[in-house]
Design a protein around this ligand. Structure first.
Ligand code: PLP
Length: 343
């Protein structure tokens, strides 16, 4: 089976499994788990932030960050197709008590002007706007990157209106590798960032939140409140250390595989968006023209031939490249797609 449904389907590497078995652990509630502390310190140094915190998931990282930056009754700005708004079970409304104000970005990228316009005026009848959430890379827009300059322009605008800035950087390393810049440069202007360890980095569990020390004190309390406190978590944090040491640079392979995949799908008659030479990281979206085949039949045909993809829309499929898919696998997928579509 070649599984292109997500980059979350990766299996832990042999080095990760060894690190799990050998990890020095303790009760993280008392800050006695040296492996968790080592991961948090390593990440904080890499990002040039004062503090880092290990958590179960990026969803939890985003939630505790939002809870730490805002008060109930306020509002936050986010992109219309952002993961926080669409795919985190409404936590921002149900648990943080916030009014979301969404903005349709160009390929997922909002502009400073849009931010300016979306901030509620400071009047008693409006919820006060207190936070801007960014997403880099943007998942639903097709793995699109925000540059260092774009992040700075958005952050400057938000800050000039008194907003804090949180970055959902679930795939921040894809963005950094894709653009050839450092994670620190991409996150310098934000007050907090969530990094996911389970996507391109291949860990079985876990994410990190990074920010200043005061923010992290609040975030640690909120993590506890949502049931995210951990005990001998070094068993999984150990995989995060392996990931930061060995799994970041190789993301470039996933990106070139994604571009090749987009080209093969185009040759087979599918409409890819972003176009093959516009694919920036590891996410490919493709539409199956009605004249070619019914999308459901296409997805079923692929599965029967050993290729799994996600169908997020009636005519659309999403394919992600990752550690467990090789360049040869991508060529195999190209052949299978042509066969399933028929002559
Ligand atoms: C952009 C983005 N943010 C956050 C998440 C949530 O990650 P997790 O599954 O670790 O909660 C995802 C997961 O796919 C994502 O794509």
């Amino acid at each position: 089976m070649i599984n292109l449904r997500s980059d979350t389907v990766t299996q832990p590497t042999a080095a990760m499994r060894r690190a799990m078995a050998e990890a020095e652990v303790g009760d993280d509630y008392y800050r006695h788990d040296q492996t968790v502390i080592a991961l948090e310190e390593k990440a904080a140094e890499l990002f040039g932030k004062e503090a880092a915190m290990f958590l179960f998931s990026a969803t939890m990282g985003n939630l505790v960050s939002i809870l730490s930056h805002t008060k109930r009754g306020e509002s936050l700005l986010l992109e219309e197709r952002s993961h926080i708004y669409n795919n985190e079970a409404g936590g921002l409304a149900a648990l943080a008590g916030l009014t979301p104000r969404t903005i349709r970005g160009e390929r997922g990228r909002m502009s400073p002007e849009q931010i300016k316009e979306a901030v509620f005026p400071d009047a008693v009848l409006h919820p006060q706007t207190s936070l801007l959430c960014l997403e880099n890379t943007h998942n639903a827009a097709g793995g699109v990157c925000l540059s260092v300059e774009q992040t700075k322009d958005l952050a400057d605008t938000a800050r000039s209106h008194g907003l804090k800035i949180h970055l959902d950087g679930a795939r921040l390393f894809n963005s950094a590798v894709g653009q050839g810049v450092s994670p620190e440069d991409l996150t310098r202007e934000v007050d907090s960032v969530t990094i996911c360890l389970t996507k391109g980095l291949g860990c079985p569990v876990g994410a990190l939140v990074l920010g200043e020390a005061d923010f992290m004190d609040d975030a640690r309390r909120w993590r506890q409140a949502v049931g995210g406190g951990m005990r001998q978590a070094g068993v999984v944090a150990a995989t995060g250390i392996v990931a930061l040491d060995t799994m970041v640079d190789r993301l470039a392979e996933d990106h070139s595989n994604a571009r090749r995949l987009a080209a093969l799908l185009t040759e087979a008659g599918l409409i890819v968006d972003p176009l093959p030479d516009e694919v920036e990281t590891n996410i490919v979206f493709a539409e199956i023209p009605a004249a070619l085949m019914d999308a459901k039949d296409f997805v079923q045909g692929l599965a029967a031939a050993g290729v799994q993809v996600n169908p997020p829309g009636a005519r659309r499929i999403r394919l992600l490249t990752h550690h467990d898919v090789s360049a040869d696998d991508i060529e195999t997928v190209g052949g299978i797609v042509r066969k399933v579509l028929g002559p």
